[in-house]
Design a protein around this ligand. Structure first.
Ligand code: ZN
Length: 423
């Protein structure tokens, strides 16, 4: 669809969403009335900037079903994501929402090159988390053979991957790396596996991690993006060009804002990603602040899709650490580590406060081959990492090198930061 036509579709769908939310959700009605708005205030997609933002806190304040826009008799599925603080975030789907979700997940898998001849091993968790069932329904929609193995049980994952001939792996990128290492150790030869692609998401991962997964598993590693509040996975996904994630913007309208001033930023500027759902019935969201940082690119992609692309999300506006007054994102550290071949992309940042002074320690794994070298060389490497970090970030960070596999691997989301100041 060309962008002009798309814009018309988005405008019509926005008007419907606003009207539904206004009449069916007291929270939205009150907020719009406070801003002096009614459903008639929205006439095209451009009018979206008049609408107030919605945050995760608003979902919590209306726990569990307060923002649902349909009677519970029309809700056919409930998912929830565990919050780090107290109440989970609860989302509800109507039958049409499940159908939309299957559609956007079918697009996700198709853009990764999958089709009805594929065997999709869904190693995301099944349950209240949206990962497993999201991939599951998308896989069935394209007619692939779905293997709903869920997360964990690595030995069985590898056995079935070989015996069933899985061609597409779906899990978190850190678990893909964990599986790759486990396959190496299991003695199974790569030729015994039919794997060709992986769709990885639910946590931030770098280009270095992508290269490592692609080299170890000999597959195309595709980044997928989503959040349960918006629909789950299926909000955006890379195509085989691997240069930005196409947003399914006929269903989810994206904006990028300054997280402090809340102003909408011009195309290409890094800021906080905001979504408005355009077709959801159960839980419509208007200008929902994701806290994920990214930038948008409206140029037509080499793959032919006209859908806007977003950069890989590496940071969340909440994850910003303030160390001795300096703003720091974990990905800044990762970018420095990316350039050094002697180390693995496994690291942990430990923040503490000693005698009222913030301290920051980086623990990073050294590559197996390199670790066998002389102590003096390791010390030289440690010093070089420390210097590179100080030069690019402007912070003195204590660097500790650790042996390969010393940093805990996770089957779910990887923990990159331990902030002891909060305890
Ligand atoms: Zn593309």
């Amino acid at each position: 669809m060309d962008r002009e036509e798309l814009s018309g579709v988005q405008g019509n769908r926005l008007m419907e969403t606003v009207e539904r939310s206004y009449f069916n959700v007291p929270y939205y009605r009150h907020k719009m009335q406070e801003a002096g708005l009614g459903p008639e205030s929205i006439r095209s997609i451009k009018d979206i900037s008049k609408l107030p933002y919605t945050s995760k806190q608003d979902l919590r304040d209306n726990y569990p079903f307060g923002l649902f826009a349909v009677p519970m008799s029309e809700i056919v599925r409930i998912h929830a994501s565990s919050g780090t603080t107290g109440k989970p975030t609860v989302v509800g789907y109507t039958r049409n929402d499940i159908s939309t979700w299957s559609e956007v997940m079918a697009r996700t898998l198709t853009s990764a090159g999958a089709n009805r001849n594929d065997f999709i091993q869904v190693a995301y968790g099944y349950g209240l988390f949206t990962g497993g069932l999201g991939l599951h329904y998308g896989g069935e929609k394209i007619g692939a053979s779905v293997i709903p193995i869920s997360g964990g049980n690595t030995v069985r994952q590898i056995q079935l991957m070989r015996d069933f001939g899985s061609t597409v792996l779906a899990c978190t990128p850190s678990y893909a790396l964990y599986l790759a290492e486990a396959i190496e150790e299991s003695g199974i030869r790569r030729e015994e596996l039919k794997l060709k692609a992986g769709v990885f998401g639910a946590e931030p991962w770098t280009e270095k991690m992508r290269r490592e997964i692609e080299a170890k598993l000999k597959i195309k590693a595709i980044d997928i993006y989503g959040l349960s509040e918006v629909i789950g996975p299926g909000v955006a996904s890379e195509c085989l060009v691997q240069n930005g994630l196409h947003i399914n913007e006929d269903h989810f309208y994206p904006e990028v804002i300054d997280p402090v001033t809340l102003e909408v930023l011009p195309e290409g500027t890094l800021g906080e990603l905001v979504f408005t759902t355009l077709t959801k019935e159960g839980l419509p969201l208007i200008r929902y602040r994701t806290r994920d940082l990214t930038r948008l690119n409206y140029e037509k992609c080499k793959c032919g899709r006209t859908l806007v692309r977003m950069d890989k999300c590496l940071d969340r506006s909440d994850d910003m650490l303030i160390i001795r007054g300096v703003n720091l994102f974990p990905s800044q550290v990762e970018t420095v580590l990316l350039e050094m071949t002697e180390i693995k992309p496994h690291y942990l940042l430990i923040v503490d406060r000693i005698n009222n002074l913030d301290t920051l320690e980086l623990r990073v794994e050294v590559d197996e081959e390199f670790f066998l070298d002389k102590i003096s060389q390791l010390e030289e490497l440690r010093k070089r990492i420390q210097d590179n970090l100080e030069t690019s970030i402007g912070l003195g960070i204590k660097v500790t090198l650790v042996e390969p596999k010393m940093i805990e691997r996770s089957e779910g989301k990887t923990k990159r930061v331990i902030d002891k100041r909060k305890f």
